[in-house]
Design a binder for this molecule. Structure first.
Ligand code: HEM
Length: 405
């Protein structure tokens, strides 16, 4: 409970231990209910930390994801201007109508069919690392290019242009970047995607961007002026998230050799390893966010129309009411690659649940078993205490990951 006169704590809080949730979130969760937090612009909003409350917020039609709403708890000062009106920031039924134009591209069937291609990319990157010789930075040489090359192939974006879209993703997620700097990076990316789309309009290829233009651009689909933002968001969401997961998951396996050996000896644990890593790291640190369209009760707390609610995915995914409560189950704050963690909320929940989750899953299921099969002696090249974790970012991760073998 907030004591009258005391300013609610700042959100997002830092993970004081890089492997744990911020202690304040655990405290809030154990106290129960929703708690007020203060964000970058001084406004105050509710924070949901229990697994059940997070699911209740994200599945309730009483909340809006529209960043143009005057009371929306914006993640940074450029958000409404750059993302307003894009399908993922709209509410149902309009959001659902537009989203279903994209779902086939990321279906289980489509993404499973990419396994061979993903394995080929993985092997090429491992070959290059081995040829170069350690130590290497696993982020630059593996975790970042693997999902970047995959999303580029899907969308028909030339991978050679990775500097443009990786800078765009950095500026979009690093919360230490100024309004001007982020604005400049987002505008550069907009120009880049506009000219790519123009080229594809003239000369369509066998790729998702060309199909979007041919089949779904226009009054009943995506507005032409939204297309560069849409493709940019898909490229950004499609590589930045999985790249951070691949880096963090590799560290977790290196620091828990018993778990690494279980995965190596039982490759059939690849799927549960990916779910457990998603749960354990819960990399989306500042979102999802919503604003109440009417009075609604969540976790015993009345949220009034116009109040903002932020959910902490890591707090929900470390909630012992949802994980680790069963007989013989590993506690929620520990890593267990054999755990059934499929009900985690790392991909969100409800109608905005991650569109690219099937792709992200297959990428992780391919990457870790292959990496540890081909480089069994992989180890950190610096002490674990020196690993540079991202401190103030929408997506948690590592700035670099020096490894050798
Ligand atoms: C490990 C990797 C990933 C994680 C942890 C992740 C996480 C999330 C989360 C938490 C949301 C919900 C946001 C909300 O409710 O406001 C979301 C939505 C979304 N994600 Fe992902 N994501 C990942 C990979 C991907 C990939 C590979 C793509 C491919 C393009 C992608 C595209 C999207 C899109 C388009 C949405 C918006 C969906 C909608 O609003 O209907 N994500 N993601």
């Amino acid at each position: 409970m907030t004591v009258t006169g005391e300013k609610p704590p700042f959100f997002p809080a830092e993970r004081s231990c890089p492997f744990s949730e911020p202690p304040k979130y655990a405290e809030f969760r154990e106290a129960g209910g929703l708690h007020k937090v203060t964000i970058w612009n001084g406004t105050q909003h509710w924070l949901a930390t229990r697994h059940a409350d997070i699911r209740a917020v994200l599945s309730s039609p009483s909340f809006s994801a529209d960043v143009r709403h005057p009371d929306f708890p914006l993640v940074h000062s450029n958000q409404a201007e750059h993302e307003g009106g894009i399908f993922l920031r709209l509410d149902d039924p309009e959001h659902a109508r537009l989203r279903q134009m994209l779902t086939r591209e990321f279906s289980v069937k489509r993404t499973q069919a990419m396994r061979g291609e993903l394995l080929k990319i993985t092997d090429e990157l491992i070959d290059a690392m081995l040829a170069k010789g350690g130590p290497v930075d696993l982020i630059q040489d593996f975790a970042l290019p693997m999902p970047s090359r995959a999303i580029c192939a899907i969308l028909g974006v030339p991978y050679e242009d990775h500097d443009v879209f990786q800078q765009h993703a950095n500026a979009g997620t690093d919360l230490d970047v100024s309004y001007e700097e982020r604005d400049r990076a987002l505008r550069t990316a907009f120009d880049y995607y506009s000219s790519l789309i123009e080229r594809k309009r003239r000369d369509p290829g066998d790729d998702m961007t060309s199909r979007l233009i041919t089949d779904h651009e226009g009054p009943d689909g995506f507005a032409p002026e939204m297309m560069p933002v849409l493709v940019g968001i898909l490229v950004g969401a499609g590589h930045e998230t999985t790249a951070n997961m691949l880096g963090l998951g590799t560290v977790a396996l290196l620091l828990n050799p018993d778990q690494r050996d279980r995965l190596r000896e039982h490759p059939e644990l690849a799927a549960s390893t990916a779910e457990e890593m998603l749960r354990y790291w819960s990399i989306v640190s500042t979102d999802p966010r919503r604003v109440a369209l009417e009075d609604v009760e969540i976790g015993g707390q009345l949220v009034r129309k116009g109040e903002g609610v932020i959910v902490s995915l890591i707090a929900g995914n470390r909630d012992s009411r949802a994980f680790g409560a069963g007989e013989g189950e590993c506690p929620a704050d520990q890593l267990d690659v054999g755990r059934n963690a499929r009900h985690h909320v790392a991909f969100g929940f409800g109608s905005h649940q991650c569109l690219g989750q099937n792709l992200a899953r297959v990428e992780m299921q391919v990457a870790w078993p292959r990496l540890f099969e081909r480089i069994p002696t992989l180890r950190l090249a610096v002490p674990a205490e020196d690993l540079p974790f991202k401190k103030n970012s929408i997506v948690y991760g590592l700035k670099s990951l020096p490894v050798e073998w």
